[in-house]
Design a protein around this ligand. Structure first.
Ligand code: SAH
Length: 348
């Protein structure tokens, strides 16, 4: 079954469900590692994560910075602060900057376009990735024209009933999907993904997630365990399991051999060696935190979120060692999607 998955990047529903439900752990992991090395060698790409705002108009039930959390500490970085993070990052050798934040209405198209343009002036060769939620097609277009290269927007769950249990009225899977299709069509390198073990999630939901990803064919796929935040209605739910997250990273590597798969902060948060184990299961991206020190504890999506040591940009040397001891090599290159590199080569 795993051999078929590795060769054909797909399995019928019943077989994929059997793997999701706990089959073939060692064989699955080893095959995923082999496939990852075939396509990417031993490289692990690094992205500098800048958390630009903890202010959010949305009220996603699972998220610590949801609008109705009165205990959340709110901040918003200025343009100068964001540029200063990028300068620090560039000095450390980063060549991708990910601007992530809540849906903060302050960040109009004009303001974001000006920031993107300024980053490109400081670091013309760096990739700019945005992760600022749902916007109109026109807005995505303006941001792309200003120089944004990539966009991360997890679909969160591809089952509309499950989506409705994780989000307030007024948010819908259809809108989320429409955003993803628009981003793709506008030429962004697109990242989607979902939480593992979010409340009420079933194995069938995960199967639907994989089927949706096969439909949209993203360049990046971010998955990480759900981690409860005490000031949300999901505060008492257990976190998603390490084993299931690792198994799904391997499944995704086999279904999407050329994808960029981060070993996420949430994985490192639920287990001290989670990030390394994510890499060994098939992940090939790590996103250290480049946000100003004083705001890191305020971007609190879930309890105990890591932001120090190997998780932080200053801890790059520690991270490099950890990546090495897991059997891989840290790369400071842009790590563009192989799909995009192939298209560029065709044009030359
Ligand atoms: N506003 C942006 C960024 C959201 S934060 C957007 O809508 O895309 C980035 C990701 O963190 C989310 O997509 C979600 O999958 C994840 N996240 C939020 N709360 C979480 C929690 N409690 N546990 C684990 N992951 C969480």
């Amino acid at each position: 079954m795993i051999t078929t998955l590795a060769a054909e990047h797909n399995l019928p529903d019943s077989e994929l469900l059997a793997v999701i439900n706990g089959g073939f752990d060692e064989e699955l992991k080893n095959t995923a590692d082999r496939v990852r090395r075939e396509f990417f060698g031993d490289l692990v790409y690094i992205r500098g994560l800048i958390e630009i705002s903890s202010i959010c108009k949305n009220d996603c039930i699972y998220c610590g910075i949801r609008a109705s959390n009165g205990n959340a500490a709110r901040y918003r970085l200025t343009k100068e602060e964001i540029l200063s993070c990028c300068k620090t990052g560039a000095e450390l050798g980063f060549s991708t900057f990910v601007l992530q934040g809540g849906e903060d209405l302050y960040f109009t198209d004009d303001i974001l376009c000006d920031i993107i343009d300024s980053i490109k002036k400081i670091s013309p060769d760096a990739a700019v990735t945005l992760s600022v939620g749902e916007r109109s097609r026109e807005s995505y277009k303006a941001l792309k024209n200003a120089g944004a290269d990539r966009y991360l927007l997890r679909h969160e769950t591809a089952d509309s009933g499950h989506y409705a249990r994780l989000h307030p009225e007024g948010m819908s899977l259809d809108t989320r999907k429409r955003c993803l299709y628009a981003l793709k069509e506008l030429g962004y390198q697109v990242g989607s993904g979902f939480m593992v073990g979010s409340p009420y999630q079933t194995a069938e939901n995960i199967l639907a997630d994989i089927r949706f990803l096969q439909e949209i064919q993203p360049d990046m796929i971010g998955i990480g365990p759900f981690v409860p935040h005490k000031d949300t209605p999901f505060g008492e739910f257990p976190h998603g399991s390490l084993e299931l997250t690792l198994r799904l990273i391997s499944v995704l590597r086999l279904c999407f051999p050329e994808s960029l798969l981060p070993s996420t902060t949430a994985l490192g948060t639920i287990s001290p060696d989670g990030r390394e184990r994510g890499l060994m299961a098939g992940a090939n991206v790590v996103m250290p935190n480049l946000s100003p020190q004083e705001v890191r504890s305020k971007y609190n999506l879930y309890d105990n979120k890591l932001a120090i040591g190997a998780e932080s940009a200053e801890g790059l040397r520690i991270l490099e060692e950890k990546i090495k001891s897991a059997g891989y090599t840290l790369s400071m290159s842009r790590g563009d999607s192989p799909r995009v590199l192939k298209e560029r080569n065709k044009q030359i």
